[in-house]
Design a protein around this ligand. Structure first.
Ligand code: SF4
Length: 275
């Protein structure tokens, strides 16, 4: 069988076991050095993962378990394709002229990209050396793994704020919200630009008090340039089924246009640009 290509049409391609043959010691070395990463795929032409047109590398590995996760095949590191840093940089380099022409850049997303923080740092450095704008899409939980100097190689952080109330956040993601908020404060203190991403799920993340609290927090940071309100959808449902996972949101409908507008309005009211 031909090897799975690194390029994908979209991250909604189900990809599993592609790094299964990599020995455990090599996985550990890869994580420690960043000389090899595990990637679900590269996609091109995104206009929703940062400014301009983006090439996105989707990493494998995530320790969160968001009920609405669209890509649960990225939870497992060794579901990803093992890719050397040189290969990943070469792939990115193929697009560098086009990205500059289109005012775009490179976004590292996942999964949770900071599960492979050394690989992320090295790939961002390679992108910057090619003059490419860099963005990191992260839940922020592992932000403390990056030094202040390393954060300077990331032009923009797309920070996923998934909830506010600690109990509800834990129910939604399986994890504490505090480290994410701490990372947001640190980015702000360093003057690093942030785009907040907020997934709107009816009945799960639409509590008005929580949305208001997130909006006030984001506005108070002072470096949030924009908020993307992302309406929940069911495009990832088939992956939960294929992977034999219990999917709790089977009967949840996407939010209405009015609900999205109301949520954007809450961010506007706090003084933020929201779309
Ligand atoms: S943080 Fe992202 S990849 Fe991880 S479970 Fe949540 S939505 Fe999925």
């Amino acid at each position: 069988m031909a090897p799975t290509p690194l390029a994908a049409k979209s991250p909604y391609e189900l990809r599993v076991h592609l790094g299964r043959g990599v020995p455990e010691t090599d996985v550990r070395t890869a994580l420690a050095t960043g000389d090899m990463g595990f990637l679900h795929s590269f996609t091109t032409g995104s206009t929703v993962d940062g400014p301009g047109v983006r090439v996105v590398a989707w990493t494998a590995g995530c320790m969160w378990r968001c009920l609405y996760c669209h890509n649960p095949d990225t939870w497992t590191l060794t579901n990803g394709i093992p890719v050397t840093l040189a290969q990943a940089a070469e792939e990115l380099g193929r697009y560098r002229h086009g990205l500059k022409t289109m005012g775009g850049g490179f976004t590292l997303s996942g999964g949770e990209a900071l599960m492979q923080d050394r690989f992320a740092v090295k790939l961002f450095a390679a992108a910057k050396a090619m003059g490419i704008h860099t963005a990191l899409d992260t839940n922020g939980y592992l932000g403390s793994r990056l030094s202040d100097a390393e954060l300077q190689t990331i032009d923009l952080v797309l920070l996923d704020l998934k909830g506010w109330d600690p109990e509800r956040h834990r129910h939604l993601t399986g994890m504490d919200v505090a480290p994410t908020l701490e990372f947001a404060r640190r980015l702000a203190a360093l003057g690093r630009p942030i785009w907040v991403r907020f997934v709107l799920v009816p009945g799960l993340t639409d509590d008005p008090a929580d949305v208001d609290a997130i909006a006030r927090f984001a506005a108070g940071l002072g470096t949030v340039r924009r908020v993307d309100v992302l309406p929940f959808h069911q495009m990832g449902r088939f992956k939960w089924k294929e992977l034999g996972l219990d999917y709790a949101l089977d009967h949840v409908e996407p939010p209405s246009a009015e609900q999205v507008a109301r949520t954007c309005a809450a961010f506007h009211a706090a003084g933020l640009e929201a779309y």
